[in-house]
Ligand binder design. Structure first.
Ligand code: C2O
Ligand code: CU
Ligand code: CU
Length: 491
């Protein structure tokens, strides 16, 4: 093999031999190819306050999106053709979401990461029939952080999210706002919804579940960032905050910069870390978020890139996938520092105070073992040997208690395990303390093959014996195939 890794990457970057096809070109390995485009920033929606409640209108619709020149892709969107606005909540306030479903099939909208009543959660029980509306109201009981919303329709989540039913939620609080971090939306505070997609020759999203898609989850060869292909961003400040959301159905990314510069991770799923963490690489599985700060004061263009972390590659990875045209390396975003930049910010030494997780006083330990059964014509995905049943409550927990949940992965694939209602803490991975990057608030945790991860959960308020919360694999094809269960919180 004389092809060096650098040469291979170069080939990926240009998309190999691209053939002109009408107004766009087509690459054997990449699909349609695009010139660099300015990064799209989702509109910021701060709602309108009526009688002390902040109201947001979110309409799920069907449309076409032009990701490539002269190529229309049928998509779903929220108040737009693809994805939705970034909605901004303030900690402590009451909000009402007016969700209207115009996509022509039943759907739901779930507020991922928020601690809210189960009946307002937007999971598979809060179905919005086609043409109907749903108006959940709740109090924002979060710390400052980056959350998101997406379809959670039973057995259809993968399809609906793939076509565009997702968007970001920013929660602000006073403490976070006073830290002096970049927070000028779209200027130095940049949302990045990162999703891999595969296109057909006709321009549609290619969401046909092959046997391997069903097992691995649907992974694409084209990266969309806020719905932009091959994006660049012109930085007008020396410090840029990137809010990374892995909004992909199944792909796990390791992010880093093209010149291997270090950057600071300042948050995990549920909000700020105790202190900025200097690093060169960050791994995010589907559903996970992290805010990072990158210094571009050297004025040089730099690319945020991603690879597939080696420990999560399976038989589909490596050189094998290179020859089969299965991409594992991507350019995420080119940052072009502008000539007239503002000075870099002064990074605070500490961000928030988080208690050290203390498992003493936990009332019980529950074990969740993930399973993948192979059957002709598809897989059956399970938790504790059972696929999801909407009519079965799997676990009942008591409000006001602390529990340990042990997630076991005896399968050959990694699974990002997500729990509704709570922000948990990771106690250990196979008995060892988690890396510093994972010691903050989490709602999704990647569990590797043959790994056992122990989580500490505090259940507080919002008891409802009739409305369950979900826990599930956030590989959306695994979730749709049954790797999900339900729990209620009771008094
Ligand atoms: Cu992001 Cu149950 O979902
Ligand atoms: Cu969720
Ligand atoms: Cu999974």
């Amino acid at each position: 093999m004389t092809l060096t890794r650098r040469a291979a990457l170069g080939l990926f970057v240009t998309g190999g031999a691209a053939v002109a096809y009408g107004g766009y070109s087509w690459s054997q390995s990449r699909g349609p190819v695009s010139e660099p485009q300015p990064l799209k920033i989702p509109p910021l929606d701060t709602g309108r306050v009526v009688g002390g409640v902040r109201n947001f209108d979110l309409t799920l619709g069907m449309d076409k999106t032009r990701f490539f020149k002269d190529l229309d892709t049928p998509t779903y969107g929220i108040n737009g053709s693809y994805l939705g606005p970034t909605v901004k909540f303030k900690a402590g306030e009451d909000v009402r979401l007016n969700v209207r479903n115009m996509i022509g099939e039943a759907s739901t909208l779930h507020w991922h990461g928020l601690h809210i009543p189960a009946s307002a959660d937007g999971g598979p029980h809060q179905v919005i029939e086609t043409g109907a509306s749903w108006q959940p109201t709740f109090t924002v009981k979060q710390r400052a952080g980056t959350f998101w919303y997406h379809s959670h329709m039973l057995n259809r989540t993968g399809f609906q999210v793939y076509h565009g039913l997702a968007g970001l939620i920013f929660v602000e609080d006073e403490q976070g706002t006073n830290l002096g971090l970049p927070q000028d939306y779209g200027v130095d505070d940049i949302p990045l919804v990162i999703q891999d997609r595969r296109f057909t020759r006709g321009g549609s999203f290619d969401y046909n579940l092959s046997m391997s898609d069903g097992m691995m989850g649907v992974q694409g060869n084209t990266l969309l960032v806020n719905g932009t292909v091959n994006p660049y961003f012109e930085a007008r400040t020396d410090t840029v905050r990137l809010r990374l959301l892995n909004g992909s159905n199944a792909r796990i990314y390791a992010f880093g910069f093209s010149d291997d510069r270090s950057f600071y991770q300042i948050s995990s799923d549920g909000g700020l870390l105790e202190a900025p963490l200097e690093t060169r690489s960050i791994v995010l599985a589907p559903g996970e978020r992290a805010d990072i700060l990158v210094d571009v004061s050297d004025g040089k263009s730099v690319r945020l890139q991603s690879t597939t972390p080696s420990q999560t590659r399976t038989m589909g990875g490596g050189m094998m996938s290179f020859f089969m045209g299965d991409q594992t390396d991507f350019n995420v975003l080119e940052i072009r520092p502008d000539g007239s930049r503002k000075r870099a910010i002064i990074l605070p030494e500490t961000l928030v105070d988080l208690q050290t997780p203390d498992p003493t006083g936990s009332v019980r330990t529950r074990v969740f073992s993930l399973g993948m059964g192979m059957m002709m014509g598809g897989g059956v995905m399970t938790v504790n040997g059972r696929p999801m049943d909407i009519n079965r409550i799997d676990e009942v927990v008591k409000a006001g208690t602390q529990e340990i949940w042990t997630i076991q992965n005896p399968t050959m694939l990694p699974h990002p395990f997500h729990i509704h209602d709570v922000q948990f803490r990771i106690l250990d991975r196979n008995g060892a303390l988690p890396p510093v990057a994972e010691r903050g608030l989490k709602d999704t945790v990647l569990v590797h093959p043959r790994e056992q991860v122990r989580l500490l959960l505090q259940f507080s308020d919002y008891t409802d014996p009739n409305s369950p919360y979900m826990y599930h694999c956030h590989n959306l094809e695994h979730e749709d195939a049954g790797m999900m269960g339900q729990f209620t919180v009771v008094a």
